[in-house]
Design a protein. Sequence first.
Length: 306
Amino acid sequence: MSEWVRIGTRASLLALWQANWVKSRLEDLHPGIEVSLIRIRTEGDRIEVPLFQLGGKGLFVKDIEDALIRGEVDLAVHSAKDLPAVIPEELALSAFPAREDPRDALLSRPGVSWREFPRGGRIGTSSPRRKAQLLHLRADLEVVPLRGNLDTRIRKLSTENLDGILLASAGLRRMGWESKASDFFDPETMVPAIGQGVMAIETHRQNSRARELVADLNHRPTGLELEAERAFLRELGGGCQIPIAGLARMREDRIRLVGLISSSDGKRIVRGEKAGAAGEAGTLGRNLAEELLSRGGAEILQEVYR
């Protein structure tokens, strides 16, 4: 008899690409199983206002996690950058496939690079992280709120009369749309979101079979990078409304983590880095967060929350 596995996913093109990738890999690794996708419309898909105004983090995952807790799906596939700092205690992040390009990409209507971007140009993003870093780099820019799925935001480049938009390179590459980008930001210049480029596979802690099925999809270096980044995020208590960024990269069993806290207008930025053994990933994240808080990050966060 066939074994049935249900994957909970959002219905956006990118989310379905990611869920179908996991489906295909599971069917290849475990002949005889039948994998189906359960499309779930999340609160983040239903609302129209900027996500940061509602505390953002978790709005694209909570409804899927609720279905996982109720046993309506066996596993869930998320973009790791959508995950809140703390997930429900009944659930576990069980596997992380190899990370895609974590950089931010510029799509510009004139097709110009970041160096050539016009003065006073209108650039679209609803990410406080991107907005703060853009204004820090170029205070002359007009940053315009931009909501919608990946394909919707690309269309708005023309329909909203924008000079450019910022998107995650990972989504463009997964959809085969990387040629639409006119430039890619160095991650030291535009520090990415926590978990950017990572797919996270979530299961119920009591569903040992689901954890067993996805185990071979886990990429250890990616999991350790994400552990460092999410420890940094948890220590800061961050959500979508706060300009927080962080990227860890693992090389030869060592991890280097870069982190950043910014004021909303980009005028004040506190950034730093920590490096250490891969086994210290979580400690690195916590230590870097404590350092940035002590160097002025705490005051910035207080003002953002005010």
